[in-house]
Every structure is written in C-alpha cells, then in structure tokens.
Design a protein around this ligand. Structure first.
Ligand code: NAD
Ligand code: UGA
Length: 433
C-alpha cells in the first residue's frame, strides 16, 4: 500500500521504517527540515537500537522516502498517518495543536481514496473532531479518520512494532477499517490479535493501558518502600507476585519513578479525561503526585547519605529516562540533579547515549565519557538508569577512584554482597541492608 506518515519522531520514523520493511511504500514527512536532512544522510536524530539499519535498508530499496513538505506528494496515499507530538498542557490535558495543524496541512491534498489515521496518543473524541475539521476544510464527507494507537517502547521500538502483543484498529466506518486490516494483514496471518473497534474505544485503550502500566510501577515502588521498613526484599516479593499469570512479571521493577515522554504526560491526560466526563480517575490522580514526590524524596535521600552536602561531589551514572535511549524527557535525573546542585553538591555524570541531550538540560553538570573518570574523588555514586554496562562495573576500579564510600543504586542493578566486599556502603531500593 502507499502510506504517508506525518511526523518523523520516534513513532513516525519507526512506523515508517517498519511498514516499509513489510513491503509497503512509505513517505515520511516532517516539518523539521534539519531532521529530514539528517535522516536522508542516514544520521538519525534519535538513538534507537536497530532503527538506523532499517531506515538505511529501506531507503536503499526505495520503499521509504522522506520529505519536509506536504503537497501533491501525498495525493496517491491510501493511508495518511498523523504521528506528531501531543505534549501536556498546563491543566494536564493534551495540546492537540500539532495534530490539528497536521490535519489542516494534509486536508487539501488528500486523494479521494485516502483515510487519515491518528497514531499519536490523543484524547477521547479526537478522531471525530479531526474528521469534522477535515470535512469542513474539504467539504468532502467521504473522508474518514481512524485511530490506530501505538504501543511501542523507546529502546525496543523496532522489536515492539514488529512483534506487537496486539494491534488496535479504531474505525467508525468500514472503509478505513478495511484499509487498516489490509495494512496489517501480515501480522494477523502470524496470529497477532487485531482488535477492531470504534475510534473512542481505541483512544481510551491507549490511555488506560499506559495508566495501568504506570500504576504497576507506582505500586511496586510503594511495596519497595514497605520492604525497606519491614526489612524484606522487593526483588523476591516482585518475583513472587509476578509468577501469578494474572499479575505478570513485567513492570514490577522499582526505580526512581517513571519518566519519559509518555507515562507522565499520558497519566495526566487520562486524569483530565476523567475530570472532563465527571468520572475522576482517583487512582491515577494519586499516582501522578506520588511519582513526582518519589523523585524529590530520592534526591533528599542522597543528601542524607552525604551528611554534609555542601562541597560534596556526586557522580550520576545514567541520566536517560530508561536504558537504550538518549531521551531525557521527564527523566528522574532532571528532578534529582538540580536538588543536589541547589544543596551545594558538585555533580558529575556519565551516560552512554544521552550526554548530548542531557548536557543542554543540566548545564551545571560536568560530563565524562568514562564512568570511572566521572567517579574520580566522588563522595557518592548514584545509578539512575539501568544501562547493562552499569551491571558490569569494575567495583575495585570504582572504589579506588572515589574519595567517599557510598554507592546508591536506584535501579537495583548490583548486589549488596558484591558492593560491600569492595569496601563500599550500598544503598538500593527495597532490599535489606
Ligand atoms: P516526537 O516529538 O519524537 O516526534 C514528533 C515529530 O512530529 C517531530 O519530529 C516534529 O517535528 C513533527 N511534527 C510536528 N508537527 C508537524 C507537522 N505539522 N507536520 C509534520 N511534522 C510535524 O514524538 P514521538 O515520541 O514520536 O510521539 C508522537 C506521538 O506518539 C505522541 O502522541 C506520543 O504520545 C505517541 N507515542 C509515543 C511513543 C514513544 O515511545 N515515543 C510510543 C507510543 C505513542
Ligand atoms: C511506554 C509504554 O511501555 C509503551 O507501551 C507505550 O507505547 C509508550 O510508553 C508510549 O505510549 O509512548 P516508554 O515510555 O518508551 O514506553 O518506556 P517504558 O519501558 O514503558 O518505561 C517508562 C518508564 O517507566 C521509564 O522511566 C522506566 O524506567 C520506568 N519503569 C519501567 C520502571 O521504573 N519500572 C519498570 O518495571 C518498568
């Protein structure tokens, strides 16, 4: 099929490259000219494992193309996806202006056979609203707008897209549903469940799924705190819970609070939808506050471990919001590091991929390419991101480089016995001392 994707960010670019890999002809359009120029020269603006190769391969065989302009180049497309950002507004609801602008831009150029598909995560009722907008611009009631939410994770985006747990097709009319079923036929043949439903159901599935996953994380974070009080081990508790197939093991790892471009924004939007329909989502409302508080509490805990923070030196290992990405959006480091600096601490940092993005957001931090150099004469080391490399740290080298003895592991990557054997004091989350 001929497919156009508006927005070449994490989702648009991954969707475009993966659909091309499946044999479709894809044109990705982004208003950011520099981004398009970089992609065309095979330098991706984001770090995402496997994506660079996939883009290059499909550019080479002409199944994937890029442009920064919308015009007659989209008029033969059967499906036009909108995959632009939907950031939070101050009231927690989402800013739909990027989706609206993209819809206004494509409307005059859509062919008669085209359906518009919203892939961005959008609030309940958006597909209907965007359809009305396009119909007003074109005066063509045949144009249909469907909803096809995306469930990929950053850091494993290509794998998640290619091996999804399910595909959700929200369509209020047969025409767009038929086209989307055809687009994803290869997945259905492989046995991937394809849920066909209405647009409003699809929009709510996306938010309810993200809110539920975020609740799982918030829950295990509270259980970890309880384990600390009770001198129990959250790793064992989480494993024992997760072995129940009704609960499942995924998303039960405690940490410094969830971050990223999605859970914080999507939980706020879910709560806003609840308020709009007079059905407050109190579990999620509470979670939002708890998750923010967790980040500041964990910063306070570092300061307590330092005793006298003024003039102290702390090394942060990992600043990205999770491993395998360079994305810094709503990363725990953005809440924790400024609190340390405010208390007079010198902060040094290392991250295998996020240094460039992070150094602009945290300008007072000293950056290093090597975790051991970053740890030179530090009083405390704090692991904030679960990069695999940090599991294999040479603890002798680390201990030798430090001037203090405190290793704070907010991702539970190491074990107390190992760390203590190297003469260090170990602080982790929800595990006995
Ligand atoms: P992003 O910020 O990485 O990319 C959005 C892109 O859209 C940018 O490159 C921007 O230049 C472009 N854009 C904005 N307005 C445009 C316009 N009018 N025309 C053309 N291009 C335009 O965002 P993202 O992370 O890819 O997320 C996109 C949507 O997908 C959001 O709604 C998000 O919630 C949702 N989502 C994201 C993920 C994820 O892991 N990042 C996963 C699932 C769903
Ligand atoms: C999340 C969802 O997992 C995707 O399904 C969804 O498509 C996406 O949001 C979205 O809607 O954009 P993502 O934010 O990329 O994906 O990454 P996750 O792996 O979900 O991690 C989110 C945050 O939760 C990270 O800060 C991570 O460190 C944290 N987390 C995750 C934990 O603290 N514990 C866990 O057990 C799992």
């Amino acid at each position: 099929m001929k497919v156009v994707i508006i927005g070449a960010g994490y989702v648009g670019l991954t969707t475009g490259a993966c659909l091309a890999e499946l044999g479709h002809h894809v044109l990705c359009i982004d208003i950011d000219e520099a981004r398009i120029a970089a992609i065309k020269s095979r330098k991706l603006p984001v770090y995402e494992p496997d994506l660079e190769n996939l883009v290059a391969r499909n550019l080479d065989c002409n199944r994937l193309a890029f442009s920064h302009a919308i015009g007659s180049n989209i008029s033969d497309a059967e499906l036009v996806f909108l995959a632009v950002g939907t950031p939070s507004r101050a009231d927690g609801d989402i800013d739909l202006s990027y989706v609206e602008t993209a819809a206004r831009n494509v409307a005059p150029h859509l062919g008669e056979q085209a359906a518009v598909v919203i892939k961005s995560t959008v609030t309940a009722g958006t597909a209907k609203y965007i359809r009305d907008l396009i119909v007003r611009i074109r005066g063509d009631r045949a144009i249909d707008v469907a909803s096809n939410p995306e469930f990929l994770r950053e850091g494993s985006a290509v794998r998640d897209f290619m091996k999804p747990d399910r595909i959700v097709i929200g369509a209020d009319r047969n025409a767009s549903q038929v086209k989307l079923v055809e687009l994803y036929a290869a997945f259905e043949r492989r046995g991937v469940p394809v849920l066909k439903t209405t647009t409003i159901n699809a929009e709510l599935i996306k938010y309810a799924a993200n809110a539920f996953l975020a609740l799982k994380i918030g829950f295990i974070n509270q259980v970890a705190d309880l384990c600390e009080g009770a001198e129990a081990d959250v790793v064992a508790v989480s494993e024992g819970m997760g072995l129940d197939s009704r609960i499942g093991r995924a998303f039960l790892s405690p940490g410094p609070g969830y971050g990223g471009s999605c859970f914080p924004k999507d939980t706020r939007a879910f709560a806003a939808i609840g308020r709009r329909y007079g059905q407050p989502q109190s579990l999620v409302e509470t979670l939002i506050g708890d998750n923010e508080l967790r980040k500041t509490n964990l910063a306070d805990r570092i300061l307590e471990e330092l005793g006298n923070p003024e003039g102290g030196r702390v090394t942060i290992l990992g600043t990205a919001f999770k491993a395998n990405t360079d994305d810094m959006r709503e990363a725990a480091a953005l809440a924790i590091v400024p609190k340390l600096i405010e208390a007079g601490v010198e902060v040094r940092a290392h991250d295998p991929k996020a240094r460039f993005q992070a150094s602009r957001l945290l300008p007072d931090v000293l950056w290093y390419d090597c975790p051991y150099e970053a740890s030179d004469a530090s009083d405390a080391i704090v692991i904030l991101t679960e990069w695999e490399d940090y599991r294999r740290l040479d603890l002798s080298r680390l201990a030798g480089a430090m001037r203090g003895d405190c290793l704070i592991d907010y991702r539970n990557l190491l074990t107390s016995d190992d760390v203590v054997a190297h003469g260090l004091h170990y602080v982790s989350i929800g595990r006995p001392k």
